[in-house]
Design a protein around this ligand. Structure first.
Ligand code: FES
Length: 176
């Protein structure tokens, strides 16, 4: 996550890079509100979730009400209104994955992490979601952790995946 621009001159909660991207987006579409969903995705990537401040600034940038923003945002399951874990584990349980054991994989994640759908672990490291198709059906069952895919998973492979992410954090702390 990049640095957030909170300088009073900018009056923006976003980094200069993301703010500039938003400026370009609203100019790109014939209707400013067409920029709403991409803006919300970029905003979520930077801030972590759609906080009240995110919604207020996006509404102001597009020139619509906060209620308009919320009405659209609540439609999309990939948009969040509360923080996810550092690693957001999305387990596809759609048809191809389901037929190849996705629910067993999902249950193993629940067991290992001690959380359910949309839950976040107490240390904030992981969150878990059961999601619709993530476009990796040929390699079912598939999951996505942030932007990384893991495919042809079995329940026995779940602890190793979680350990890999835990290790990433430990390595980063060691090198800090
Ligand atoms: S059904 Fe799971 S990735 Fe498509």
């Amino acid at each position: 996550m990049s640095a957030v621009n909170t300088s009073p001159e900018s009056m923006s909660i976003f980094s200069p890079q993301v703010a500039a991207r938003f400026d370009a987006l609203v100019e790109k579409y014939p209707l400013r509100r067409s920029a709403l969903v991409p803006m919300l995705l970029y905003a979520q990537d930077e801030i972590g979730y759609l906080s009240d401040s995110v919604i207020a600034e996006v509404a102001q940038r597009i020139g619509i009400t906060e209620l308009d923003v919320r009405n659209v945002a609540t439609y999309y399951s990939m948009l969040r209104f509360k923080p996810a874990g550092k690693f957001n584990v999305q387990v596809c349980t759609n048809i191809s994955c389901m037929l190849r054991g996705a629910y067993d994989v999902y249950e193993k994640f629940q067991e290992e992490l001690g959380i359910g759908h949309k839950g976040v672990t107490a240390d904030g490291l992981f969150s878990l979601e059961e999601v619709e198709c993530i476009g990796a059906c040929c390699w079912a069952p598939a999951i996505q952790v942030n932007y990384a895919f893991h495919d042809e998973l079995t329940p026995s492979g779940v602890p190793e995946i979680l350990d890999r992410y835990r290790q990433q954090v430990q390595d980063k702390e060691k090198n800090a």
